[in-house]
Design a protein around this ligand. Structure first.
Ligand code: APR
Length: 252
C-alpha cells in the first residue's frame, strides 16, 4: 500500500503536475458525488435525464431543474484539496486543473486555469428550439442559474430563452450531449505542459473525460491517483493513495 509519504516524494520528483478532478474532491465541501452511497445517481436515474430526453419532454426538464436546485452548490466552500490544487498553480508547480465538476469550487479556491469538461451549474444557456445530435445550438443567451430558479418560483414551470424562445438548460454537459470544444483544447494544452497528472476524487468511469488520465499514462507521464476507493485505472498509476482528499492534501 502506498503511503502519503510516497505521494509527497512523487509530487516532489515532478516539475509540472496537471490535476484531474471528479466529484470526490468536493464531498468534503458538502456536495454529494454521483456514485457513492447517497450520491446524485442513487436518487435520480441518469438515463432519464439525457440531453435528448431533456429536449423532448417538459416533464424531464422540470425534474432536471428540481435536481439542479437540490444539488446546487450555493454556499459550498472549497476544502483543503481545492486549496492545494490552486496553490500548486500559483507556485508554478501545475499548469492547472482539468475537472469534471460543475460546482465552481476550483475557481473559488483561486485556480485560474480550469478546464471544465462538463461545464458549469452556475449558469444556464439557450440550447435552441430543437437541437439535434446532442449539439446545443442556441442563440448565445446565458444567465446566472438563479434566473431559471426565479422564473420557476414566479410560476413558469418550463422557462424558455427570453431572447429567442428556444429551450434553456443548465450550462452543463448531460449524458448524450456533445462536450464543449474549449475545455477539451485547454485540457490538451495543460497535458502538453505537464510531466505528470494527479487524479483526485473520480471513479474514472465516464468517458471521454476518463480518457485524459489514460492519455497521460500512454504519453509516459507520471500518474498519481488519490481516491476513497479503487478505480479502473489504478494499475496505470505510479502512486495510488486511498483516502479522503481534503485530509491527504491539507497543507501540501
Ligand atoms: N476523497 C477522495 N475520494 C472521494 C471522496 C473524498 N473525500 N469522496 C468521494 N470520493 C470518491 C468516490 O469513492 C468515487 O470513487 O470519488 C469518486 C467519485 O466518483 P463519481 O461519483 O463517479 O464522480 P465522478 O468520477 O466525478 O463522475 C464523473 O459522471 O455522472 C457523470 O457528469 C457526471 O462529472 C460526472 C461524471
Amino acid at each position: 500500500m502506498v503511503t502519503e509519504e510516497d505521494l509527497g516524494a512523487w509530487l516532489a520528483e515532478h516539475q509540472s503536475v496537471v490535476v484531474f478532478t471528479g466529484a470526490g474532491i468536493s464531498t468534503e465541501s458538502g456536495i454529494p458525488d454521483f456514485r457513492s452511497p447517497g450520491g446524485v445517481w442513487t436518487k435520480y436515474d441518469p438515463r432519464e435525464l439525457t440531453f435528448q430526453r431533456y429536449v423532448a419532454s417538459a416533464d424531464v426538464r422540470a425534474r432536471s431543474w428540481k435536481m439542479r436546485r437540490e444539488f446546487f452548490a450555493a454556499g459550498a466552500k472549497p476544502n483543503p484539496a481545492h486549496e492545494a490544487v490552486a496553490r500548486w498553480e500559483r507556485d508554478g508547480r501545475s499548469p492547472g486543473v482539468i475537472t469534471q465538476n460543475i460546482d465552481g469550487l476550483h475557481a473559488a479556491a483561486g485556480s485560474r486555469s480550469v478546464a471544465r469538461l462538463h461545464g458549469t451549474a452556475a449558469e444556464v444557456m439557450c440550447v435552441g428550439a430543437a437541437p439535434v445530435g446532442g449539439q446545443p445550438v442556441g442563440c448565445g443567451w446565458r444567465e446566472d442559474t438563479r434566473w431559471a430558479f426565479d422564473a420557476i418560483d414566479a410560476g413558469t414551470a418550463d422557462p424558455m430563452c427570453p431572447s429567442c424562445g428556444g429551450l434553456i438548460k443548465s450550462a452543463t454537459v448531460s449524458f448524450g450531449q456533445m462536450m464543449f470544444p474549449e475545455p477539451i483544447e485547454l485540457a490538451e494544452q495543460m497535458i502538453e505542459e505537464a510531466d505528470a497528472m494527479l487524479v483526485i476524487g473520480s471513479s474514472l468511469s465516464v468517458y471521454p473525460a476518463a480518457g485524459f488520465p489514460e492519455i497521460a499514462a500512454a504519453r509516459g507521464m507520471g500518474l498519481g491517483i488519490i481516491n476513497a476507493e479503487p478505480t479502473p485505472l489504478d494499475h496505470l498509476a505510479d502512486v495510488v493513495v486511498h483516502g479522503r482528499a481534503g485530509e491527504i492534501l491539507a497543507g501540501r
